[in-house]
Design a protein around this ligand. Structure first.
Ligand SMILES: [Fe+2]
Length: 366
């Protein structure tokens, strides 16, 4: 596997989280996770290079019991029939290599797995986060987001009473913005780990949807047509957002666009999933503009309103959530602005394979 090509400079001061007065300085000093506050370095990264991804879920397929890692759980509960499992009683940080392989397979099957009571995992810190994530693939380094100083592989979300460093667009009637993370990359993420270091008392939940289920709800004829299509996913708007002065105002790698199949196949489970999202998918290749807009609008609306495919994660302290970005979409819910509470989260985002078309032979280079 090729190593990352990003260059990492020495620590430079955070551009925004400088205390403005003694009171703020004291609050930062006293914050348990102040070492993980967002930092916006002025580093510049070269384009990402392709690499061979070997999915850890494959290794678990050969085991007699690929769910043995859950044997110590005190409780497992399916969040919905189609998506999501909640687990208590497992210490993720203690999973060995085989346990992590099994976890990858379980997340591929359920789309979303929520682990409660993971303070050990969260408190092990950024060196551990990197070691954890590298088991699952090459770690993605985000081109624009904040990261802990010295740890560009750890993507941060952050909002408090004075600042926000998220890709949030205020001009909509809702903060709902469905996406699969950085789907504009040639090799977008697979298994993804996310946790909150600080969260509002209530609000700031995350909504997920199964893109396997959204696809299955469509008619066989329409699915057959979608399998023949590919779409452009773009990182340009996200870069423009930063270039306009928001989110730390830093673009460390030039934005890219890539073409992906509209229906992709999971490399381990073989399941087909819809792979378009409103945040990053711009147009369907080869269709007239109105045709592309009409189909994408229909699919985005279908994703939006199909509560029967969705699961909502309510964050409690020390929760770690894993999802498979290849077969799910998600959206933050920003419903706590008025309280001014801090919401601070970290994501570890291994990249996976270039999306595999559900239709054999679909040419993605055209
Ligand atoms: Fe996301």
């Amino acid at each position: 596997m090729a190593t990352t090509t990003a260059t990492v400079s020495e620590v430079t001061p955070s551009l925004r989280l400088r205390p403005r007065n003694d009171e703020e300085a004291k609050a930062i000093e006293e914050y348990r996770y102040s070492h993980l506050l967002p930092h916006f370095s002025q580093d510049r990264y070269p384009p990402l290079q392709p690499f061979d991804h070997v999915d850890p879920g494959h290794r678990a397929l050969t085991l007699p019991n690929p769910r043995a890692f859950l044997d110590g759980a005190t409780r497992t509960a399916e969040l919905t029939p189609r998506l999501g499992t909640e687990v208590t009683g497992i210490n993720l940080a203690e999973l060995d290599s085989s346990g992590r392989d099994q976890l990858a397979l379980e997340v591929a099957r359920r789309g979303l797995v929520v682990f409660r009571d993971q303070q050990d995992f969260i408190d092990r810190g950024p060196d551990f986060y990197r070691e954890w994530g590298r088991h699952f693939g090459r770690l993605h380094i985000h081109p624009t987001s904040g990261h802990p100083a010295g740890y560009p592989e750890v993507h941060l979300v952050y909002r408090d009473a004075n600042s926000t460093f998220n890709f949030e667009i205020d001009e909509s009637v809702t903060t709902t913005s469905w996406h699969s993370d950085v789907s504009y990359e040639l090799q977008p993420p697979g298994l993804t780990t996310f946790f909150l270091l600080s969260s509002p008392d209530t609000g700031g939940d995350t909504l997920f949807t199964s893109q396997v289920s959204t696809l299955r709800r469509l008619s066989p004829q329409f699915i057959a047509f979608l399998r023949t299509l590919k779409a452009v996913h773009s990182g340009f708007e996200q870069a423009d957002f930063s270039r306009s002065g928001r989110r730390g105002a830093t673009v460390r790698r030039e934005p890219v666009e890539h073409i992906h199949p509209v229906v992709r196949r999971h490399p381990v489970t073989g399941e087909e999933a819809l792979y378009v999202n409103k945040q990053f998918t711009r147009r369907i290749v080869g269709l007239k503009r109105e045709e592309s807009e009409t189909i994408l609008k229909f699919l985005f609306d279908h994703i939006d309103k199909s509560a029967d495919n969705q699961a909502r994660v309510k964050w409690r302290p020390h929760t770690v959530v894993l999802w498979d970005n290849r077969i799910t979409a998600h959206t933050a819910i920003v419903d706590f602005k008025e309280t001014g509470e801090r919401r601070h989260g970290a994501r570890i985002t291994p990249q996976a394979e270039r999306p595999i078309p559900a239709l054999d032979g679909l040419d993605l280079n055209a």
